[in-house]
Design a protein. Structure first.
Length: 68
């Protein structure tokens, strides 16, 4: 029996979970320094409408992956 592989766009980077966690912490630190609410990859992203946020597109892509 063959199993379907997820398409490339729905996969996390091949570098692994450690890099993903590090990326999230880096963004949180940047958000804190900028005086922005620390919200990247948190539950707040599900209702976020801040399309002018510099992390909005990346954060919404995570949301799209979660919904799939």
């Amino acid at each position: 029996m063959m199993t379907a592989e997820p398409n490339e766009s729905s996969r996390r980077p091949e570098s692994g979970r450690t890099d993903w966690v590090q990326r999230r912490w880096e963004i949180w630190q940047s958000q804190e320094r900028a005086g922005h609410a620390i919200c990247f990859a948190t539950e707040r992203r599900h209702v976020c409408e801040e399309s002018d946020c510099r992390w909005w597109q990346e954060c919404q892509q995570l949301r799209a992956d979660w919904i799939r």
